[in-house]
Design a protein around this ligand. Structure first.
Ligand SMILES: Nc1nc2c(ncn2[C@@H]2O[C@H](COP(=O)(O)OP(=O)(O)OP(=O)(O)O)[C@@H](O)[C@H]2O)c(=O)[nH]1
Length: 306
């Protein structure tokens, strides 16, 4: 079976240019290949690029392959990256040592090349499956937005980034108005279609790479806008309210408006603001939730902030 994973990245570490060149040409049609001639630049690659698998010589300059392996396996951010060692002359003791420190495999440089390629490909297939699983476990099946679990992780990360970088972070909770009536009138399948449309509009409202949208549960969504203060966020919210109305999805009898609308509760964390009363990410969402409640009470189809 020939499997190509050309979106996955293999990092080859070796100080021998001939070896680097041979390995690169072996793997460059299968994966994106990065190379490093010593352990230090390898570590920079690992920290800065999205490396999926490392194929490393053992006696690399500056930082040895084994030191690198210890570092990678002990860091929460990199521990998942598999490392294959490529020994100049394999010994059982060295293999024992490398596997014990967390390497996924240990191969001899003089092994048959087709065996080397198969081993690397097999491990990359496993990496691809794990990535796919990780992605599925973070995604809401109906809307394709991030799910609640991913929201919790991202919210905490963004909170600490805002605190550390002294930049604002805005959270919006977005709720479809009278959605129970909608389901009751048109059925659950139409309700699902409506959820998907609103989710698409929310996803399209992201303006920066760091903006993040998630399904919070039921008919509620969250939009996180790092580096966005209250004024900027109000504009995004008004645009969002408008874009949902423009979908012209007919609302059921008894709803507050003729077309489907949303209500938004907005809260901004401004670390440099002396009036800030928010202590953590949960406070931020609680505040947005309180404002959402006020928006509903005030007649829906609006954004509330303070
Ligand atoms: N179709 C569909 N409906 C869902 C889904 N998740 C939650 N709901 C429905 O969403 C409705 C939410 O109703 P409520 O919480 O009473 O809120 P509402 O009717 O939108 O009222 P307001 O928020 O006050 O405007 C419930 O009827 C849920 O069954 C889903 O995945 N698909």
């Amino acid at each position: 079976m020939t499997t190509y994973h050309n979106k996955l990245t293999l990092l080859i570490i070796d100080d021998d240019p001939v070896c680097i060149s041979t390995l690169s040409s072996l793997f460059s049609s299968l994966f994106k290949v990065e190379v490093a001639g010593d352990g230090k630049s390898a570590l920079q690659n690992i920290m800065l690029k999205d490396i999926d698998l490392v194929l490393s010589a053992i006696n690399t300059p500056i930082i040895s392959g084994q030191e690198l392996c210890t570092f990678v396996k002990n860091s929460q951010i990199t521990a998942h990256i598999p490392i294959i060692f490529l020994a100049d002359k394999a010994t059982l003791d060295e293999e024992d040592e490398c596997l014990a420190m967390g390497a996924i495999d240990y191969l001899d440089k003089n092994a048959r090349l087709s065996i080397l390629v198969s081993r690397v490909k097999n491990i990359m297939t496993m990496v691809a499956q794990q990535k796919r699983l990780a992605q599925v476990s973070c995604t809401d099946g109906l809307t394709g937005l991030a799910n609640r679990m991913q929201l919790d992780t991202t919210l905490n990360k963004e909170w600490y980034a805002a605190e550390r970088g002294s930049h604002p972070l805005t959270a919006m909770i977005i709720d479809i108005d009278n959605f129970k009536l909608f389901n009751d009138a048109f059925g659950h399948l139409e309700g699902d279609k409506c959820l998907k449309i609103v989710a698409r509009v929310i996803a399209a409202s992201k303006r920066r790479e760091s903006d993040f949208s998630a399904r919070y549960g039921g008919e509620e969504f969250v939009l996180l806008l790092p580096f966005t203060d209250l004024n900027g966020a109000k504009q995004v919210a008004e645009q969002l309210l408008d874009n949902v109305r423009r979908q012209n999805i007919p609302a059921p009898e008894g709803a507050s408006h003729k077309v489907v609308t949303i209500s938004i509760g907005l809260a901004t964390f401004s670390p440099t603001d002396s009036d800030n009363t928010l202590n953590d990410a949960t406070d931020l969402l609680d505040k947005a939730d309180t404002n959402l409640f006020i928006a509903k009470e005030a007649g829906r189809n609006q954004c509330v902030f303070d």
